[in-house]
Design a protein around this ligand. Structure first.
Ligand code: TRP
Length: 466
């Protein structure tokens, strides 16, 4: 049965021409470019600070090496095998499974609006530094009063979404991608520089210890859930993105070494961002529980103080440069998110690119407004105890993505068969790796992810306290 359906897939796609990446490096860079964004720079550090520092780091790395690489391999291979994006990859093997493609599509629709709200916050910090007001940004309470103000965050959010929209509408992603080859390395170098400097500030070593040494007493089910959700988010897994990327990958490029490189790159930048931000938070607040539990504001509160300590001129320039580069990293991810949603609308409903882009633009603006206002005018509204932005974040990363991941495992492990993937990856004949993959896809991943998912949902509903 497997064989037949595979042959059909090949027949089905043989006639279609898809653009492709010229080589493996092109593929790795594009995938890493979409993977590296606010997830690494903003989300990872605040979660690591919140969920126990070193223990979160350890759990994250273990999950990345096991679940992360298995799922990424599976998604890329599925995409390359079928030559389809997520929305039709599953149904091209089993028509009944088209619902999974649709479920994948829901994730970027939820993420894009709130991602853009955070992108707007980064814009505000850039403009503040560019206007020479770095000292104000470093003052206590700046962040809180900014996100609570009635119109500023909305304005920057709209600006961020509009730029993303214009790039997608005019199809100038290629230009953005070219610039990202210079600007992303520049961001990495600047981050390394700021990290090295911030480690010389008094009081940071406590932070380094907190961040790097696992304290097992802080371990809890929540740590695992947060790390898992972050893994999916940061590596753009469990939402069909890697399937689409895989569909553009050349047949003779190595999947397993691409996976290794994307993981290394993505995790490396996240770890570095944590090392830049968490010790700095210790230096300026002594690692108080309030600061560590800050949540989404951690980067915005900690970094301006680091820049300020350079003195106002140098600090102003460095801060401006840094936030400009972060805007860029966020923009490349947002473009890729919007592009995904636009192409889904085009494929599903036969819309023109222009019309689809306009619909996504308006939809994103409308959906993002409540997330943005959730810290100000709508701060009275709590969904399961979370702000609106946190709720959307929870819904996509801690509920939908685990569900997609479980269903992908079930699909590959029991419906299509692991061979769908294994024949596409070049380990053929390497029994140990193949067996590891089968056991992970059929048993370990779905069971563990299901346990984590159920416990997290119960705890969010207040049924279970973790
Ligand atoms: N991985 C991105 C980041 O770390 C965020 C993201 C999630 C994303 N899903 C995506 C980016 C899909 C592009 C496409 O910021």
């Amino acid at each position: 049965m497997d064989r037949n359906s595979n042959r059909n897939i090949e027949k089905g796609t043989a006639g279609k021409k898809r653009g492709g990446f010229t080589g493996r490096l092109g593929f790795v860079l594009a995938a890493a470019g979409s993977a590296v964004g606010l997830g690494n720079l903003w989300r990872f550090p605040y979660l690591a600070a919140k969920y126990g520092g070193g223990i979160f780091l350890l759990v994250y790395i273990v999950l990345a090496l096991t679940f992360g690489s298995v799922l990424m391999t599976a998604e890329i291979a599925l995409g390359r095998r079928t030559g389809q994006s997520a929305i039709s990859a599953f149904s091209s093997i089993r028509p009944k499974w088209s619902f999974l493609g649709i479920l994948c599509a829901v994730v970027p629709i939820i993420i894009l609006p709130y991602y853009s709200v955070i992108g707007g916050w980064v814009c505000e910090y850039f403009f503040t530094f560019a206007a020479g007001n770095g000292a104000a940004a470093a003052a206590d309470g700046f962040f809180e009063s900014f996100i609570a103000s009635p119109w500023k965050p909305l304005l920057f959010f709209a600006l961020f979404v509009s730029v993303t929209f214009l790039v997608v509408l005019f199809g100038v992603e290629k230009g953005v991608e070219k610039s990202s080859r210079i600007l992303m390395p520049a961001l990495v170098i600047l981050t390394i520089g700021v990290t090295v400097y911030s480690l010389t500030l008094p009081g940071t070593w406590e932070g380094v210890k907190y961040y790097l040494l696992p304290d097992f007493s802080r371990f809890s089910a929540k740590t695992v859930l947060a790390a898992l959700g972050q893994l999916f988010y940061s590596m753009s897994l469990a939402m069909g993105i890697m399937i689409t990327f895989g569909s553009y990958m050349k047949k003779d490029s190595s999947i397993s070494s691409s996976v290794r490189q994307i993981e290394l790159f993505d995790t490396g930048i996240a770890l570095l961002a944590g090392l830049m931000i968490i010790p700095a938070a210790f230096a300026f607040s002594g690692g108080s529980p309030e600061t560590l539990g800050q949540g989404p504001g951690l980067m915005f509160v900690a970094l301006p103080k680091v820049f300020q300590s350079f003195g106002s001129v140098t600090g102003g320039i460095l801060g401006g440069l840094f936030f400009a580069l972060v805007i860029f990293a966020a923009l490349t991810s947002a473009i890729s998110l919007m592009e995904t949603v636009v192409s889904i609308l085009m494929d599903k409903f036969g819309l023109s690119r222009r019309r689809a882009a306009v619909i996504v633009y308006i939809g994103t603006l409308l959906l993002g407004i409540p997330s943005s206002l959730g810290f100000g005018a709508l701060s009275g509204i709590r969904l399961f105890g979370m702000t609106i932005l946190d709720f959307f974040d929870f819904l996509s990363n801690s509920v939908l993505m685990p569900v997609v991941a479980i269903l992908t495992c079930v699909f590959l492990g029991y419906v299509a068969g692991c061979d769908t993937v294994l024949e596409e990856v070049e380990w053929t004949g390497r029994r140990r790796k193949e067996n590891f993959f089968r056991v992970m896809i059929r048993y370990v991943c779905p069971v563990c992810i299901a346990l984590i998912l159920v416990s997290s949902v119960l705890s969010a509903l207040g049924v279970l306290s973790l």
